[in-house]
Design a protein around this ligand. Structure first.
Ligand SMILES: *Cc1c(COP(=O)(O)O)cnc(C)c1O
Length: 488
């Protein structure tokens, strides 16, 4: 009676079928999902099935209609936003976790790698050895965790356990005007309000103005506000700018303010000897975030926060005692003889997720496959591609470089013979060039605004993205720009 209908094994054969279809997808010789929508939508969008069709039929539909109509993001020519597809080893480790260690609970090999890989990341990026880390779903939650620790710390200084009683006083968080919007949202979620984030202007490389920050802090010191945190960018989202971390650390130290560094995208840039000096002072930060699902090529869903005072995380994010958490484990983990004798590190009380996948095994697999050297090669390649593209743009009179790249993001635009035209017309033209680029499907960057200029903005990030793709982008922008202006 009530027999189980789901297949729960037979992975050997199923995976070989799936693998073939995924390899075919990665060749990117299929049409874009929108051009085939009338074929796949009716197949996938059927009525709620009363009887299932069985795993073979589902897998066949996946291989025929789902996978081939996936995303352009893993396409080597895609340089939009700051996102890419997983490398093979990262995808395999993710699947392994889903099957063999579906939770980060217990004294398992997967859970061992949770902490071990965080320590590898700490070493890899020259963070303060005192720091300890925790994984979460990505930069958004990683920033929330870092700022949650900052909030706890700053209220404890005035004798308030803020995670227990709630926010009792208005706070100030200082971040450059180009800081990621997840900083503002984290402040909203933490009850501080988005308004508590004070936008500080940036200099001509996109870095926070130290002078303006000093002035703002001096002014706020005279008020009754709690000066909570300075958020520095180690790779801003639109331009890849790295704030002067050493100077931020000096200011934070002088005024007893928490220093949080958002390195979701750019922290791995420290591996490039040509960029290393930009990160000076990183070991002085109180919290640092990085997204393994960006430059390291993990599948989306892996961010990391590092803090120097780990106990603060416990006090910030404790769920306190709960019946359903009591008694299932023996209390002394040093006496453990079985993987279920102890939950291991209580990550569920150090962040905002209880159920969570094994992410450490993925990061461990990525680093194990190619080592520090392999990651370094990828990061140096992408930074050098950005530098080279910027040089070519500067030498081409029809193009304008709008910001010197600090990492692997380039902001430039087509001006052609339009220099005499107004900025709005040039913006419209570049919008059209960008649309055409994406539709051609060879080079797919995104856009951003730099000083009222709409710029074409590639971010070289993916393991599959290499010199040829930067070259194709350069040529395509010129060709499309020439074509569109000829029509004018
Ligand atoms: C990508 C990014 C984030 C947000 O990270 P998600 O993983 O998308 O949640 C935050 N800060 C910076 C600087 C980023 O580049």
């Amino acid at each position: 009676m009530y027999e189980e209908k789901a297949e729960c094994g037979h992975l050997t054969q199923l995976l070989s079928q799936l693998g073939e279809s995924l390899d075919q997808f990665l060749a990117f010789d299929h049409p874009d999902a929108m051009s085939t929508i009338r074929h796949w939508k009716p197949v996938l969008g059927g009525d709620l099935p009363m009887e299932g069709s069985g795993i073979d039929a589902v897998l066949q539909t996946m291989c025929q209609h789902l996978i081939p109509n996936g995303s352009q993001i893993p396409n080597p020519g895609s340089t939009a936003f700051i996102t890419t597809g997983a490398t093979s080893v990262a995808a395999l480790a993710t699947l392994s976790g889903a099957v063999a260690a579906p939770q980060r609970i217990g004294l398992t090999a997967f859970n061992f790698l949770e902490q071990h890989s965080l320590n590898w990341l700490k070493q890899l990026f020259s963070l303060n050895p005192e720091m300890k880390g925790i994984y979460s779903s990505g930069g958004s939650v990683a920033n929330l965790i870092g700022l949650g620790a900052a909030r706890q710390w700053c209220f404890e200084k005035i004798g308030i356990d803020v995670s227990l009683t709630g926010v009792q006083k208005p706070c100030r968080i200082y971040a450059s005007e180009t800081s990621h919007r997840t900083i503002h949202r984290a402040c909203a979620v933490l009850g501080l309000g988005r308004q508590s984030v004070v936008p500080i202007p940036v200099d001509d490389l996109g870095r926070i103005s130290i002078e303006a920050l000093r002035k703002q802090i001096e002014m706020d010191k005279k008020s009754d506000l709690l000066l909570m945190a300075i958020v520095g960018n180690a790779g801003s989202t639109d331009a890849g700018a790295i704030d002067s971390i050493e100077e931020l650390a000096d200011i934070a130290q002088n005024h007893d303010i928490w220093l949080h560094i958002d390195g979701a995208y750019g922290l791995p840039g420290i591996l490039d000897p040509a960029k290393e000096a930009f990160y000076q002072g990183i070991e002085r930060a109180d919290s640092v975030t990085v997204d393994p699902h960006k430059w390291l090529g993990a599948p989306v869903g892996i961010g990391a926060t590092f803090v120097r005072n780990y106990e603060l995380l416990q006090r910030s994010f404790t769920q306190e005692a709960a019946h359903y958490l009591e008694g299932s484990f023996s209390s002394d983990s040093s006496q453990a003889q079985h993987s279920m004798d102890s939950p291991g590190i209580p990550y569920s009380d150090l962040g905002v997720e209880l159920s969570a996948p094994s992410r450490g095994a993925v990061v461990w697999a990525i680093i194990s496959e190619i080592g520090k050297k392999g990651l370094q090669d990828r990061i140096c390649r992408h930074n050098a591609m950005a530098t080279q593209l910027a040089e070519r743009v500067k030498q081409e009179p029809k193009l304008e470089l709008c910001l010197e790249p600090m990492l692997s993001i380039v902001c430039f635009r087509y001006v052609g013979h339009l220099q005499s035209k107004n900025n709005e017309e040039i913006n419209q033209l570049n919008k059209r060039i960008h649309r055409q680029l994406v539709r051609n499907g060879l080079a797919m960057p995104s856009t951003t605004m730099v000083n009222d200029k709409l710029v074409i903005r590639p971010c070289f990030l993916g393991a599959r993205t290499t010199w040829q793709h930067a070259d194709e982008l350069f040529k395509e922008v010129l060709t499309i720009g020439d074509e569109l202006t000829r029509e004018d």
